[in-house]
Design a protein around this ligand. Structure first.
Ligand code: DGJ
Length: 717
């Protein structure tokens, strides 16, 4: 068997990891015991010639001039290190040298952290390094998902000495690329403006981005793509890096003085004290390679996340109506029943009661009070939740055999000072001694690093879910972390949070869990392990959503996004767009819904809703499980378009939009991608047409207005 056909080939000197179209090769430098990276890119086979030693001239030495696999700190490599450890003596020098390796089948889990999983389709290499001066061991774990061209890596440090050390930083992944021109793509934004694609040149020096907010944040997503300047959406080499973590993180891209480019991805704010005998394991970082441009890495990530990350990826995503933008805090029993009846009459399958339902002594009637007190507000819900839920779940959904389902909003990681919980447990919140506790949206953050806080949340949410027939939970998180009591408390918080998610999602496996953090503020792979969908953004304007959803889709599958039709003028932008346009944008998300009061809609719009729901339900299985091809991008075209193709290639759905009108001008054609050129397809019942015609000539549609849209079905014959 050649090295290329072996997923992992290793002999203690050189290591070769191979996917169908990717190779990752490194070796042990015989003089130093250092691991040196040889290649991460398209498949290669056979031996690699020994490169000439770099010329050591000037005042940086050899370590600064080579491609290192696990660059430790303090020994003459002046680039960003992958690991920095404060040793018992106080300095931060380490010297990790190769010791041994093992290859195991499948994919081991990561204790306490979310992680990709796999059995036959995955193989894992663990390489051990040892620092003989400090008695610390490092283990680098690489799992290859060969059919996806994905290599997942994490690092761990074990303290075999009898003294404590502090792990200041530990990257999950470090890749040193050779001298080539690169550009980097990230997803940046802010509240209501998430996941905007940002592409820039990789130049000399360090360009880094990340989050210091304590959660992955709206500001920068824990994702990076590295591409050549000539790489496009569908052609050229692209490398993707996606960190499976929900806390603060840093991604460094450093072009060193020698022109080598280092990518380093990991959690930050670690400062983790490691006592004798203890191990710290980093979150894992997914890396993926494609020659088919940015779209190629997206599709591999999507398949990986759908099949090897989400604990559950429910096929049943009921069309829902969420009360937030329709009623905000003005909810009570009668209003919810009315909303339920109106929703069911339109064909909605799930009613979600958002914020404002809880709090007894400190009722949650605005964002000023109540968070932490997870009991129904007795003035608004005098009979409690169960009778309300019983009434609502008895309502028959129009044009269907089912009755309405019920879902609920919670924000369990938070507390308002105006709450019974805070009065009883002021020490449960993140705080730093006598410093004032910074409030944001009038709320403080519970310290999920504390076992008693974890227990309180698990019990409160379990009580709600055991007490009524609730089949959906929207788990919100509306502020960043401040007054973190110690440098390592952020990571401890995140570990505690994952514990809570793990217990609750295992205890209530039939609940559909949706993550939210003021929209997509915590849209990251770590969350997807537990919550298969995330509220993509608090910006529900359809035009803004094209940018946000296309941006989010660079790293995350459509099945993980939630999109809703909201009322016009839009509450965030004031823009008015046609109902069909709003609906078509929302149905590109795995979870489709409405967020308005139906009785406030114009008659013609209300009449159109059942048809749009039926369309969304027809589109949904393909969007949920299919491969996404971004055919044209909103940043580059007035006609953004996306094609979803079912995994078996038999069905596809095209979404095609026009943003502004084009007066007295011919329309461009939309060329499809990803079809079988030899196969024949019916297009909205017309044809059949060949895949080659659809991809090389394309389709043409005519729009006359702004915010126009079209959904087209393809079936292979
Ligand atoms: C922020 C969320 O993103 C909104 O959808 C809504 O749930 C509010 N919080 C409620 O306070």
């Amino acid at each position: 068997m050649t090295e290329a056909t072996q997923t992992i080939a290793a002999d203690g000197h050189s290591f070769s990891l191979n996917g169908h179209n990717v190779s990752y090769r490194f070796h042990v430098d015989k003089d130093t015991g250092d691991l040196r990276l040889d290649h991460f890119g398209g498949s290669i086979t056979g031996p690699i010639p020994t490169d000439p030693e770099p010329v050591v001239d000037g005042w940086t030495g050899m370590p600064d001039r080579v491609r290192r696999e696990f660059p430790d700190a303090g020994r003459g490599d002046f680039r960003v290190p992958a690991v920095r450890i404060r040793q018992a003596e106080g300095h931060t020098v380490s010297a990790f040298k190769y010791r041994s390796y093992k290859v195991v089948d499948g994919k081991p889990g990561l204790s306490g952290l979310p992680a990709t999983f796999g059995s036959e389709e995955a193989k894992t290499l663990v390489v051990s390094l040892y620092d003989e001066y400090s008695d610390l061991e490092a283990a680098l774990t690489y799992t290859v998902f060969s059919d996806l061209d994905v290599i997942v890596r994490s690092a761990s440090i074990t303290n075999s000495s009898d003294k404590s050390v502090t792990i200041e930083s530990l990257a999950s992944l470090n890749v040193d690329f050779p001298v080539e021109e690169f550009e980097m793509i990230g997803l940046r934004g802010d509240w209501a403006r998430e996941a905007h694609r940002q592409r820039r040149k990789v130049d000399y020096g360090v360009q880094s981005f990340g989050s210091m907010t304590g959660f992955s944040s709206h500001l920068h997503n824990p994702f990076l793509a590295l591409v050549h300047p000539s790489t496009t959406e569908s052609q050229g080499e692209a490398w993707g890096f996606s960190l499976v973590y929900s806390g603060s993180f840093t991604i460094h891209v450093e072009k060193g003085s020698q022109g080598l480019t280092r990518v380093s991805v990991g959690a930050n704010q670690l400062s983790w004290s490691l006592k004798a005998g203890e191990t710290l394991t980093s979150p894992e970082c997914v890396s993926v390679y494609s020659v088919n441009g940015v779209g190629g890495i997206s599709r591999s990530l999507h398949r990986l996340y759908r099949n090897h990350l989400m604990k559950t990826s429910p096929q049943d995503r009921p069309v829902l109506l969420n009360s937030w933008e329709g009623l905000y805090f003005n909810i009570d029993q009668d209003r919810m029943i009315k909303l339920a009846e109106e929703s069911a009459a339109l064909g909605v399958k799930l009613l979600v009661m958002d914020d404002g339902w809880f709090g007894k002594d400190y009722p949650r009637t605005s964002d000023a009070a109540g968070l932490g007190d997870w009991i129904p507000n007795p003035d608004r819900f005098p009979d409690g939740l169960a009778p309300l839920v019983d009434k609502i779940t008895a309502i028959k959904v129009a044009n269907s055999s089912v009755t309405l389902r019920f879902g609920i909003w919670v924000e369990p990681e938070m507390v308002n000072p105006q709450s019974s919980l805070y009065q009883q447990h002021p020490d449960w919140v993140l705080h730093a001694g006598r410093y004032p506790r910074t409030e944001q949206r009038n709320q403080l953050v519970l310290n999920l690093g504390l076992p008693e806080v974890q227990e309180y949340i698990i019990t409160s949410i379990s009580t709600i879910l055991n007490g009524a027939d609730i089949t959906y939970v929207k788990w919100d998180h509306n502020r960043g972390l401040a007054e973190i009591p110690s440098p390592s408390a952020n990571h401890a918080y995140i570990l505690g949070m994952y514990h809570v998610f793990d217990v609750l999602t295992s205890r209530f496996p039939d609940v559909l869990w949706e993550g939210c953090a003021s929209g997509g503020g915590r849209f990251d792979p770590g969350i997807l392990q537990y919550f298969p969908q995330v509220w993509t953004s608090d910006d529900s304007d359809a035009v803004e959503r094209i940018f946000i959803q296309f941006g989010t889709s660079i790293a995350y599958p459509a099945s993980s996004m939630a999109g809703h039709i909201s009322s016009v003028p839009n509450h965030q932008t004031g823009r008015t767009t046609p109902l069909t346009f709003r609906a078509h944008i929302a149905m590109m998300c795995g979870s489709f819904g409405l967020e308005l009061v139906p009785s406030e809609m114009k008659d013609d719009e209300k009449k159109a809703i059942p048809g749009l729901i039926a369309l969304a339900e027809r589109v949904n299985p393909i969007v949920l499980n299919g491969d996404m091809w971004r055919l044209s991008l909103p940043e580059e075209s007035n006609w953004p378009a996306a094609l979803f193709i079912s995994e078996d290639g038999n069905e596809a759905v095209l979404f095609f939009f026009q943003l502004s009108p084009l007066v007295n001008h011919a329309m461009p054609r939309v060329k499809l991608q990803g079809l079988d050129g030899q196969a024949m397809y019916r297009v909205d019942g017309q044809g059949p047409f060949s895949g080659s015609m659809l991809m090389n000539l394309g389709l043409q549609y005519s729009f006359t207005t702004d915010y126009a849209s079209k959904v087209v079905f393809l079936e292979r014959v």
